[in-house]
Design a protein around this ligand. Structure first.
Ligand SMILES: Cc1ncc(COP(=O)(O)O)c(C=O)c1O
Length: 396
């Protein structure tokens, strides 16, 4: 079956490198390469300086795999496979699934997490969140979707796009439920370590369950998406071996400079992740002030983790038409819910970037210029004047 376009990626392809202000990115502020190199110690610096640009080991640089497994208590470096994150989804699904298998996936979601099983020919069901004060994935809803032959459950916490996270006891119950029924768990943990409440981090699925596959990488919490380094971690070595054989048909091996930079990043993971956590928590406060002032336009739901939120969009026009106009007229890229195939009444807002306060100020000014706009209790102003001011309808 042909694979339909990845709608979110196509939307980003239109605007990510042409819009002046990005307000929908899911990655955190990217690190400068020099900042990362400055963190190298003598041995990792010599890995960098003496690096030859040959092919690399298909499963990943041994030091990188060792550093990855070191982040998962109980796992060995042989329990890891280095991949590009998106490639990891493609490979793992092909290694786990065959036509006719029954799969349940969180929805809305990052499209490849359910589109690839669907194009393999799997029977799909979707675990949807309750849309209350916060987004909540309830376990009884998942349980009701399971069938006697369900092969795989695909989850993604912290969740793109809602920022939902499972409470730890629900995560434990999820693992118990799947273990009891012998169902595989694919857990996309790209946003792990970006929990808003410091204690809310869940165990990695690969630590908690022997039939689980964790996908993670350096793109989000480390602010290093340009390295294109991610990994699959699982205690099911037969699964990893099948996945490694499929990688021969995609990238064969990863980029040598990226692997060395990845080794440096993992050796300094706490420092790097702490910086991103400080940034997203401070930015979330700014975003919540903005949302309080614009309650007539957005219905805010506080994310529990990650660098994105998914508020309802309350104006009569659809979110997509609004976002198109916003990028045309104010140069601000905001993502509507349509590429998530989740109606036209939500938008995804990213809060991982340094310039969030500036971009929100520009959005605030733009909204104030819309006809019929009545601001919320905070007034039309947003609270922190922008140097030099900005026009309501700045043409790009
Ligand atoms: C949930 C999720 N999984 C996987 C990926 C893929 O990561 P990358 O773009 O670094 O390949 C993304 C990227 O946005 C994502 O949001």
């Amino acid at each position: 079956m042909p694979i339909p376009p990845f709608e979110l990626e196509r939307y980003f392809a239109r605007y990510e490198f042409s819009a002046r202000y990005l307000l929908s990115s899911s990655d955190c502020e990217a690190m400068a390469m020099q900042d990362l190199l400055d963190m190298a110690d003598d041995s990792t610096r010599s890995l960098w300086e003496d690096l030859k640009l040959g092919y690399t080991e298909s499963a990943g640089h041994p030091l990188l795999r060792q550093a990855i497994s070191g982040t998962y208590p109980g796992l060995h470096s042989d329990d890891t496979l280095v991949v590009t994150p998106e490639e990891g989804i493609f490979l793992a699904m092909h290694a786990l699934l065959k036509p006719g298998d029954h799969v349940v996936a969180t929805f809305p979601g990052y499209q490849s997490l359910y589109e690839i099983p669907r194009t393999i020919g799997c029977r799909m069901d979707f675990w949807k969140p309750a849309e209350g004060h916060e987004w909540q994935f309830e376990l009884d809803r998942l349980e009701a979707l399971l069938q006697p032959d369900t092969r795989l459950v695909v989850v993604n916490f912290p969740h793109n796009p809602t920022g939902a996270l499972l409470p730890p006891d629900t995560f434990r119950s999820l693992v118990d439920l799947l273990r009891h029924r012998g169902i595989y768990l694919f857990s996309d943990e790209m946003y792990r370590h970006l929990e808003i409440e410091p204690g809310a981090i869940l165990p990695a699925a690969c630590e908690a369950y022997e039939k689980a596959v964790t996908l993670s990488g350096l793109s989000k919490a480390y602010g290093l998406p340009g390295l294109r380094i991610g990994w699959l971690a699982s205690r099911d070595r037969e699964f990893l071996a099948r996945t490694a054989r499929l990688k021969d048909y995609t990238t064969i091996c990863n980029s040598a400079p990226s692997e060395v930079l990845g080794i440096i990043a993992l050796a300094n993971r706490q420092t790097i992740i702490n910086r991103q956590q400080v940034r997203i928590r401070a930015n979330l406060d700014v975003l919540e002030t903005f949302m309080a002032a614009h309650g007539t336009i957005f219905r805010w739901r506080r994310p529990a983790g990650g660098s994105i939120g998914f508020p309802g969009f309350l104006r009569p026009e659809g979110a997509e038409a609004f976002c198109e106009r916003l990028v045309e007229q104010a140069g601000i890229m905001l993502l509507p819910s349509t590429p998530f195939q989740y109606g036209d009444k939500h938008v995804r807002i990213g809060f991982g970037r340094d310039n969030l306060p500036e971009v929100l100020q520009r959005l605030s000014d733009y909204l104030a210029g819309l006809s019929g706009y009545i601001s919320g209790p905070g007034g039309t102003g947003f609270g922190f004047p922008l140097e030099g001011g900005c026009s309501n309808h700045e043409k790009q």
